[in-house]
Design a binder for this molecule. Structure first.
Ligand code: ADP
Ligand code: LRH
Length: 480
């Protein structure tokens, strides 16, 4: 009784999916309606997202989902499409791993020093922040024709509904939002000559975002009206909303293409020390701040698997489990690993440069990546506690990486804390819960999490061994 169905469109950097969540006062069920690859395409002008293929996948997914009470869209952060004055998309959205932003941040800092930028926005330095992308785009003919900037989930929502908006959690990743006031930082925008009028008005998670257009209904076979609801449209915001935390003193790590590791806070940390440690203050659900660090994540492994011609992941991970631990590690936070290509070689080069044994076999390279990720998880969890002055007793892990038991165990070992692995599809779950709340489910964020704890399975990993080997591995990296 009282169960409603919600379609969660979740666009990750490696795949897109449409999940159906059925939510009642005491039940949450999630099933996959459709999954489709998200394959970036290299064209002469650079690395681009195939956003039409993604939209096609979304329509296929909505058709497969069948009747739902609402639809919500979340996706990866920072990237956007440009619309002309008629509302038509101008070109393919640029991929955040494209090289156009090389050297751009340094130019921006000549106008607004990095420390002032951090004090105003709380956003870590990453070359691909929307602010830098817009700066890089400004001199192009395409940009001259742009009337609107729409972040990727907002673009898909626009195509589904015809309505324009800029959802807040994802807006925070533009580096143009003040995390204290939770609205645009007009001062930063003005000083850098960025026209905030290009962005559609801000939307809060839970706000209505229109209804599916008649053409969408016709294509998907759905009967209207079907409302579309704004969710935490940054996939990481939705994933953090679905952390099954039963306590207050917790850290989380969202492990997918990226690892996003940190804390949920009620106010941003804007200190110079925090900036130097490259922690970011992204906005979360219900007034929260996602205080976290970006770690290269399973991207490192995805790129190796691609370079090796797609060997079986399960087999690779079983072999890696048999390789001695911590023989060689790399800095999994290093921007040097951001661009695609030659990943096994780049990892070998990094090991050589830091005077460590060079991993030779696929199993050794895989082990090196997993050890390095666990080490970076440890560093982020320790640093976050110190910088925010908020000790934790447990680390929650969610996302595709929870299917990698070795990574979960190594993370527990490295952090010296119990790890509780929650939903593989946490972003979709968070997306669904925010829709459910907008459509009548009662509850604040802790209550939504209690509902997950009552209804969803988790796996607990107990830390083994001491911190010694991890400290030693850290020291090898610091020598560089
Ligand atoms: P994103 O949302 O960024 O596209 P996901 O959260 O879907 O990423 O996580 C993708 C990652 O999950 C893959 O790169 C892979 O390392 C891991 N993964 C997926 N399926 C499995 C599996 N069966 N066993 C181990 N790891 C897996
Ligand atoms: C994860 C993610 C992450 C961002 C990156 C660009 O999918 O949204 O939070 O930093 O993509």
């Amino acid at each position: 009784a009282g169960v409603k169905a919600y379609a969660a469109v979740d666009l990750g950097a490696s795949s897109g999916r449409v999940m159906v969540g059925r939510v009642g006062p005491d039940s949450v069920e999630l099933s996959e309606a459709h999954r489709f690859p998200n394959r970036p395409v290299r064209v002469p002008e650079g690395l681009r997202w195939d956003v039409l293929a993604l939209y096609g996948g979304v329509l296929d997914g909505l058709r497969a989902a069948g009747p739902v009470d609402s639809v919500g869209v979340d996706g990866w952060a920072v990237d956007y499409g440009l619309l002309d004055a008629d509302g038509a998309l101008l070109g393919n959205p640029v991929h955040y791993r494209d090289t156009r932003t090389e050297g751009v941040a340094e130019k921006v800092w000549a106008t607004v020093p990095a420390s002032e930028l951090y004090a105003a926005t709380g956003i870590q330095h990453a070359p691909f922040n929307t602010l830098y992308q817009l700066t890089a785009a400004r001199s192009t003919a395409q940009f001259a024709r742009a009337a609107r900037v729409l972040l990727i989930p907002d673009l898909l929502t626009y195509w589904l509904t015809g309505e324009l908006g800029t959802e807040l959690t994802n807006a925070s990743t533009t580096q143009l939002v003040d995390p204290r006031t939770r609205t645009w930082s007009s001062e930063v925008a003005e000083r850098l000559g960025i026209d905030l009028g290009l962005f559609a008005p801000l939307r809060q998670p839970g706000d209505p975002a229109g209804t599916l257009r008649p053409e969408v209904l016709a294509e998907t076979g759905l009967a209207g009206p079907v409302p579309v609801t704004a969710v935490g449209s940054h996939d990481t915001a939705s994933a953090v909303a679905a952390i099954p935390a039963s306590v207050e003193r917790f850290a989380y790590i969202c492990t997918g293409t990226w690892s996003l590791a940190g804390l949920e806070l009620s106010a941003p940390v804007l200190t110079e020390e925090s900036r130097a440690a490259n922690f970011t203050n992204e906005l979360g659900l219900d007034g929260t701040v996602r205080y976290l660090r970006n770690i290269m994540g399973l991207w490192l492994l995805q790129e190796c698997v691609r370079a090796w011609g797609g060997p079986d992941l399960g087999l690779l991970l079983r072999e890696a489990a048999g390789v001695p631990a911590l023989r060689a590690v790399v800095d999994a936070g290093d921007e040097a690993f951001l661009a695609p290509g030659r990943m096994p070689q780049r990892i070998a080069e990094a090991c050589r440069a830091s005077g460590q044994p060079v991993p030779a076999t696929r199993a050794e390279v895989t082990r090196c990546i997993l050890d390095s990720l666990a080490l970076a998880h440890r560093r982020a969890v320790l640093d976050a506690q110190r910088l925010a002055d908020r000790p934790v007793d447990v680390v929650y892990l969610v996302g595709g990486g929870t299917r990698n038991a070795l990574l979960c165990q190594l993370t527990a070992d490295a952090c010296g804390l119990p790890v509780v692995a929650g939903a593989t599809e946490a972003a979709a779950l968070g997306n669904v819960l925010v829709q459910a709340r907008a459509h009548g489910l009662a509850g604040d964020l802790p209550a939504l999490r209690r509902l997950l704890i009552r209804t969803r399975r988790r796996t607990r990993y107990t830390p083994r061994g001491g911190a010694g080997p991890w400290r030693a591995a850290e020291a090898r990296l610091a020598v560089r």
